[in-house]
Design a protein around this ligand. Sequence first.
Ligand SMILES: C[C@](O)(CO)[C@H](O)COP(=O)(O)OP(=O)(O)OC[C@H]1O[C@@H](n2ccc(N)nc2=O)[C@H](O)[C@@H]1O
Ligand SMILES: Nc1ncnc2c1ncn2[C@@H]1O[C@H](COP(=O)(O)OP(=O)(O)OP(=O)(O)O)[C@@H](O)[C@H]1O
Length: 268
Amino acid sequence: MRERAYAKINLALHVRSREPDGYHRIETLFAFCEDGDELEVAPADGLELHVEGPMRQDLSDETDNLVLRAARLLQPGGKGASLRLTKCLPIAAGLGGGSADAAAAMRLLNRFWALDLDSEKLTELAASLGADVPACIGSVTARGEGRGDRLQPVETGLGKMPVLLVNPRKAVSTAAVFRGWDGIDRGPLPDDWRAGRNDLEPIALAMVPEIGEVLERLKAQSGARLARMSGSGATCFALFESVVERDAAHDAIAAERPDWWQLATRLR
Ligand SMILES: C[C@](O)(CO)[C@H](O)COP(=O)(O)OP(=O)(O)OC[C@H]1O[C@@H](n2ccc(N)nc2=O)[C@H](O)[C@@H]1O
Ligand SMILES: Nc1ncnc2c1ncn2[C@@H]1O[C@H](COP(=O)(O)OP(=O)(O)OP(=O)(O)O)[C@@H](O)[C@H]1O
């Protein structure tokens, strides 16, 4: 049995207020790409996790991996599972990689252990693992409020639009970026998300100047409809009218910055 952990992007993200517990109330539009990490499960006596894939080395201690935390959350007495995670998404990148892994583990183990939890129950349980995990359960385009965990599916009309993701290989701490918010509410997420913003973009950009260069290069590509940072960065995305234009952009950026991470994908 396997599940894919779909890469998350925030098409827009507005920060509205800081709560007394330090978390922030946001309004965001989540979208998901058809590619990401892969998770497989096989029978075992206890719980075990093996990590492989190109981004494996950037993950520290495996015991606090979100996949195992998700598994422990659902594990019924006496059941085991051997999980294999193929880590393709960069870590601390604004793509919700760990959150997508946790959500994929919950969907997978719900089937593997025949727990029969509906997606509403999974989404509710997911909130204890992180703000992005509930959205990653369904992995469909949705408006998120509160911490990003109050969800409303929306139809954007974007379909399976081609997407290019670019990360300058600089990890960004989500907590540090939120701490940099100046407390100014710049207004709600508009109905037309294109007219929105990512309020975390200027904060992350001040911490990682390369984000400016990524955005500049994406915006300069022919056919790029919109380029914006995702989540707390540093990954930025651009939407393209055609696969040909997306792939041309990928090749042009790879030629100029072979050191950057890129993923040519589509919205799911
Ligand atoms: C930036 C986003 O990715 C946008 O989708 C999310 O808001 C963050 O999602 P996440 O990484 O799953 O976040 P969590 O693991 O819950 O929180 C990491 C840290 O980010 C900060 N945090 C997160 C979410 C939120 N609404 N306000 C916050 O201030 C908190 O300091 C928290 O300790
Ligand atoms: N399976 C996992 N994949 C990635 N990170 C994990 C995983 N398990 C635990 N983590 C930890 O979670 C932290 C955040 O990683 P993640 O890649 O999910 O964040 P992100 O891409 O910044 O997400 P966001 O969109 O919220 O900004 C890292 O410090 C990492 O060590």
